[in-house]
Design a protein around this ligand. Structure first.
Ligand SMILES: Cc1ncc(COP(=O)(O)O)c(C=O)c1O
Length: 397
């Protein structure tokens, strides 16, 4: 590189990534093919619009790239192009959720989503997010005893409050979700004018790779729309995919129009190509093994930390994700302190609120762990047993 300052920083970051144990639940290590596509000359091209309908000339090759990403996205999740539509131009998860609400929920309508402290994402209607300002937020929490979703309680809330859309998806919820029950909850909503049924939007950003690998149930049989980031368990570049049901409601056309000209300009076609690479990689038998190993590793890590006396939220995990209550009502240490202690020893995690957290977001009661990145590097159950032993020692020192 001519730019020595940036070259040096890239090398420094590469060294840092190699030297640590990465338990950030939303991170992963992409393949060299994904990196090649990301750093390719596709970045030079402006391609506002969609394949075959661009505002700029010179897009014959770019159209093929985007069409390939579209067909691979549908194929990976076993979707028929006659039943599902996917927009591959979303730049990341937050703008993708924003685009979805903008396209399908009238401004001022009600978004029902899980509260941040229970494991939801900011873009599920948190009051600090524009999704909680432009639309009315209706935030639900986990059952305080079981620390899992109480579907009956949710149904009561939905029937009484009549949200326009229910968002099912999480950033810190370790358990399998019953998408069928979420569908029933959405269908139970009856509006004053007699219309029935709220929209069901599934944000599978965290577990999409596990769905692709057959290690987590698919939300597609029940959802009206599904969003995923591509850079977490799916092991691709930073980008998002937004799927909507293709039927007489015309969601496909509404969404595409909202993405451009509604919200964005030119798509990042180098990212779209890198997504296509990751989607193809995720169809391989090796990826299925990987997804299953991710979950096995997380189960062992959760079990071992629990044995050492740490409070694991919901008692364990069904996915790549573990939420540890390190504070334990003042008997332990705060999530911030835990994060710093672990980082000093070369283990990277993020501090996280836990259900019903009374501490602040900046110094919460827990930490969130994930096994996607270390499983990509080949970690197995035996490594998780050793890791839990080491973490326990560090946290109690
Ligand atoms: C469930 C969920 N949705 C959306 C997002 C937002 O994605 P991004 O950071 O790409 O905007 C995240 C990221 O953490 C997430 O976990």
């Amino acid at each position: 590189m001519q730019d020595k300052q940036i070259e040096k920083l890239i090398k420094e970051e590469e060294k840092r990534q190699k030297s640590v144990i990465n338990l950030i639940a939303s991170e992963n290590y992409v393949s060299s093919d994904v990196l090649k596509a990301l750093g390719s000359k596709l970045t030079n091209k402006y391609a506002e619009g969609y394949p075959g309908k661009r505002y700029y000339g010179g897009n014959t090759v770019i159209d093929k790239v985007e069409n390939l990403a579209i067909s691979r996205a549908l194929k990976l999740f076993k979707l028929k192009p006659t039943e599902w539509h996917v927009n591959v131009q979303l730049l990341s998860g937050s703008p993708a959720n924003f685009a979805l609400y903008s396209a399908l929920v009238p401004l001022g309508g009600k978004i029902m989503g899980m509260k941040l402290t229970s494991g939801g994402h900011l873009t599920h209607g948190h009051p600090l997010s524009m999704t909680g300002k432009l639309w009315k937020p209706l935030q639900f929490e986990l059952d305080s005893k079981t620390e899992v979703i109480d579907y009956d309680a949710l149904k009561k809330i939905a029937k009484a409050e009549k949200p326009d859309i229910i968002v099912c998806g999480f950033t810190a919820y370790p358990r399998v979700v019953d998408f069928k029950k979420f569908r029933e909850i959405a269908d139970a909503v009856v509006y004053p004018d007699g219309r029935r049924g709220a929209l069901l939007h599934v944000d599978m950003s965290h577990f999409a790779g596990l769905v692709a690998g057959g290690a987590y149930p698919s939300p597609f049989p029940y959802a009206d729309s599904v969003m995923t980031t591509t850079h977490k368990s799916l092991r691709g570049p930073r980008q998002a995919l937004l799927f909507v049901k293709k039927d007489e409601r015309g969601f496909d056309k509404k969404l595409d129009k909202m993405v451009i000209p509604g919200l964005f300009g030119g798509p990042h076609e180098n990212n779209i190509a890198a997504v296509a690479v990751a989607l193809e990689e995720a169809t391989k038998p090796d990826f299925k093994k990987y997804a299953k190993q991710v979950v096995k590793n997380a189960k062992v890590l959760a079990r071992e930390l629990k044995k050492s006396g740490w409070h694991i939220i919901s008692g364990g995990t069904d996915s790549h994700l573990i939420l540890v209550d390190t504070w334990m009502d003042g008997k332990g240490i705060s999530g911030k302190e835990a994060g710093i202690k672990l980082e000093d020893a070369g283990i990277i995690v993020n501090m996280n609120t836990i259900p019903g957290d009374k501490r602040s977001v900046m110094d919460p009661s827990g930490i969130r762990l994930g096994t996607c990145a270390e499983t990509t590097r080949g970690a197995k159950e035996v490594d998780m047993v050793k890791l839990a032993f080491k973490m326990n020692k560090i946290l109690r020192a």
